[in-house]
Every structure is written in C-alpha cells, then in structure tokens.
Design a protein around this ligand. Structure first.
Ligand SMILES: *Cc1c(COP(=O)(O)O)cnc(C)c1O
Length: 382
C-alpha cells in the first residue's frame, strides 16, 4: 500500500470526534418487526418495510423462482428484460392506472436516470430543499438550471416560477412524502402552479406507494391529484418488500426513458427472483388493504401519545415519525437508551440533517403488534 490514502485516517478520526462515525452493522436475522443486530434481538422501528411484506416476499420467491433464473446478465435494452419483467411492468401500470411503467435496478437509479433524460440545456428544475439524495443527484446530472425552493413553500415556488419565462421547459420535482419529516408535499397547490406556469410535474412516491390513498397508490391518490402529475416514480424496496424502482406515466414517457435514461440501459436488468418478489409484494399490497390501514393506525396512535409525553414530532402526518432531539450526542444517547430497552430506532444525524437538527426517526409497519407500540411508548417516558 502506498501512503497516498493516509489523509483518510484523519478524515475518519474527524468523524469519530464529531459523533458522526457509523459502525458497520450486520443484521443477523431476516428483515422484520424483530431484528437481531449485534447479538441482540430488537423490536425494529427503523425499517421501510411499511406493510410487513419483506419476509412474505422472501417465502414466496422460494416457490416462484426455484426453477427459473438468477441474474439477468444483460441490460434490458439487450435481452435482460425477461417475461417476468414484462409481467411486473404491466402490473405496475395497471395498479398505478398509467399507460406504461418501466423498471430500473433501484429507486435511486430511477431518479438519476429520469431527471436528466427529461431536462437539459435551457431548461429549469424546481426542487424542494428536502428532496432525497437520488433526486438531488438526478438534478446534478442534468444540464438544466436547478432552483431550490424552501421546503413545501408554495409562495417561494411561485416566486421562482414567475421569474422563469426565459427557460425552454420547466420541471417541478418533489417527494410526495418526505423521508425525514414524514410530511406530505402540498401536491394540490404544486399542480395548480404547474398548470399556471406550464411546468412538468414529477413526484417520488418512495414512501407513499402502497401505504396512502384509497387503493394504496400513494399520496397523489390521497390528495386527488393523480391526473395532474406527469411523471411518477416509486420503489419496490419499501412498502412492496422487494427491490427495484420504476417510473410510470404515458406511453411516450416510457418510450423516451427506454432510449435516454442511462441508468436504465447501462445497468443490468433486475434479477428475476427480485422481480418475482416484487410481483408478489405488489399483489399482496393490493389484495390486503388491512396492511396499510394497520400501519397508518399504529403511527397515528404513537404520534399522538409521543406528543402527549411532550416530544416534538415536527411536521409528521404519516407512518414516518421523527422525534426531534437537536444535538447529535443527545440523539445517540437516546438511541443507546432505546437499544437497552430492546428497541431499534435510528438516530439521524448530519449530514443527513442540518447541524443541531438530529432526530430519532421512527418508521411504523403493519408487522408491528399493539404490544410493540406500547413497549416503544413506554421507553419514551422520561
Ligand atoms: C429510498 C428512496 C429512494 C431510493 O430507492 P431505492 O429503491 O432504495 O434505491 C428514492 N427516493 C426516495 C424519496 C427514497 O426515500
């Protein structure tokens, strides 16, 4: 080894001094309401498995895929897209009530592929300041001008749109349900503005799909604006319990993505077992509405009780409930205290949140039992 990477030792030491160092964790059990972490069995409030489908998907795929393939061994543009990918894309389009859907290897790959393929030189993107890293990176890969509007601030967005008439095309991009604060984007107002200023709309339903709306299609369904959204992206890795990402919309949108989205055609198609898991997970989410009803009820109860205990749950109105703590050190203390009570809750610290805004991020799941929710609330008593 040469000394050329020695500077990394100083960088890592700085992480440790700032309480920002992350131990490399290994989960020893399957993903579920209870997980074995570092030799302990913990009730899991840190998972995006909102509908409790991850373990079910695992069981289903043993049966569904045993006689079939593994890796896809080619880009979907060559011959990596098999019959199961076709079935999954059709299922997503039907579920989402869109003309077409297109699979990407992950949700992250979807966003970094979609945004630069619909915007370029001479265009402008309006992006919420709390958008997920994959949306931010998608904006960075685009040659378009990127303007950041304050979180959920419709007035600020209006102001920026007003000054945008010199650009060729406009795109407003936002998460529908924000992954740190657990709040919804003001989609109805955003759609009105898009109409008024002739802007394309793109929403990321990573945390919304499967959970919100009468049929579980997401926050756009809940807020009644599905017809005004041009581009919807989602992931199969959260509520649907599998892996992979998708974009859905018009036939033309999907055709264009197939030709232009680099993370689509320069990456191997999703492995077939994962596709089969996603098919199972999406069908189960559709057929079993009790799952979304349960996760929403758990989170409503917990949020109410936490507030009664004096905790600040910020803007949350969803299955993601932040408990705002402030300093990173204090957040770590609380995380350790919860671990001692056999509860896993991740402490979210800078750089995921701004300095001094550390929080404990609770994620609820249909797999939680009422007893688990009570155990959680008990340990938040001071
Ligand atoms: C998790 C997440 C993604 C990425 O999805 P993966 O399938 O995990 O790559 C994209 N957008 C948002 C808002 C997310 O929370």
């Amino acid at each position: 080894m040469t000394p050329r990477l020695d500077w990394l030792d100083d960088e890592v030491a700085a992480l440790q001094r700032g309480q920002l160092y992350r131990p490399l964790r290994t989960r020893e059990s399957v993903q579920g309401a209870i997980v074995d972490l570092d030799g302990r069995s913990l009730v899991n409030f840190g998972s995006n498995d909102y509908l409790g489908l991850a373990v079910e998907c695992g069981k289903a795929v043993d049966v569904a895929v045993a006689p079939r393939g593994g890796g896809s061994a080619a880009s979907p543009a060559i011959h990596g897209r098999g019959a199961c990918h076709d079935r999954l894309e059709r299922l997503i389009a039907e579920f989402e009530q869109c003309e077409r859907a297109l699979l990407f290897p992950t949700g992250y790959a979807t966003n970094v592929g979609v945004i630069p393929s619909i915007t370029g030189h001479g265009d402008v993107i309006f992006s919420d300041t709390l958008n997920h890293a994959s949306l931010i990176d998608g904006c960075r890969l685009s040659a378009a001008k990127v303007l950041i509007y304050r979180h959920g601030d419709v007035d600020h967005l209006t102001e920026l749109l007003r000054a945008s008439s010199t650009y060729r095309r406009r795109l407003i991009v936002t998460e529908s349900l924000f992954s740190m604060d657990g709040d919804f984007a003001p989609l109805a107002e955003i759609c009105e503005l898009a109409e008024r200023f002739d802007a394309m709309t793109m929403i990321d339903e990573a945390h919304g799909s499967g959970v919100w709306g009468q049929h579980g299609r997401g926050v756009a369904e809940l807020l009644g604006v599905e017809q005004s959204i041009d581009i919807r992206v989602g992931t199969l890795s959260k509520a649907f319990g599998a892996g992979g990402g998708f974009v859905c919309g018009s036939e033309a949108l999907v055709t264009w993505m197939r030709h232009r989205a680099r993370s689509y055609f320069f990456s191997t198609a999703m492995p077939e077992p994962v596709v089969e898991m996603a098919i199972f997970g999406m069908k189960a989410a559709i057929a079993e509405p009790w799952r979304r009803e349960t996760v929403i009820a758990h989170s409503q109860l917990a949020r109410q009780q936490l507030q009664l205990l004096g905790w600040d749950t910020g803007l949350s109105t969803s299955q993601i409930v932040p408990v705002h703590i402030g300093e990173s050190e204090r957040a770590m203390e609380w995380m350790n205290r919860l671990t001692a009570a056999n509860i896993f809750v991740p402490a979210i610290r800078p750089p995921s949140v701004p300095d001094g805004r550390a929080l404990l991020r609770l994620s609820f799941s249909a797999a939680h039992t009422p007893e688990m929710i009570q155990q959680l609330l008990e340990s938040f008593r001071v």
